[in-house]
Design a protein around this ligand. Structure first.
Ligand SMILES: [Zn+2]
Length: 134
């Protein structure tokens, strides 16, 4: 299994977690690799673009653990869920949804509260190890 396949397997469970608090109807494309050209590209763990209502989520190839992969994917899916989507923006609506899902501030740094942490550990256990290759 590739990393992208593993992430696509994880996505439906993460979508359910978000939809308990906020609608998320967009189709999602998930891939490993960051195309962005910002100066801090090496430190970016994830990115989301939503042209035409379809969300494209990219995860950094530097991510090695299942737990971090799930955290970053869930964070990016919250971006995809927020209608007033702006790349990289963590506005009031983003923070509200992220908090309900179980993230704790500062949201830019992607920290899970204890409940979310337990949920993601359980999901990671079901999915198995995060693949090495992509
Ligand atoms: Zn973000």
């Amino acid at each position: 299994m590739t990393r992208a396949q593993w992430l696509r397997r994880a996505a439906p469970s993460l979508r359910v977690m978000i939809r308990a608090h906020h609608p998320l109807e967009r189709r999602l494309s998930i891939r490993v690799g960051i195309k962005g050209t910002g100066p801090d590209k090496r430190h970016v763990l994830g990115a989301t673009e939503c042209p035409n209502g379809h969300a494209t989520i990219e995860l950094s190839p530097t991510i090695r653990s299942a737990r971090l992969a799930l955290l970053v994917l869930l964070h990016e899916m919250v971006h995809a869920a927020v209608p007033r989507f702006m790349p990289g923006e963590h506005d009031a609506l983003f923070r509200k949804v992220a908090r309900k899902v179980g993230f704790v501030s500062p949201f830019r740094q992607i920290h899970a509260g204890p409940r979310l942490d337990a949920e993601l550990r359980a999901l990671a256990k079901r999915l198995g190890p995060y693949p090495r290759g992509h």
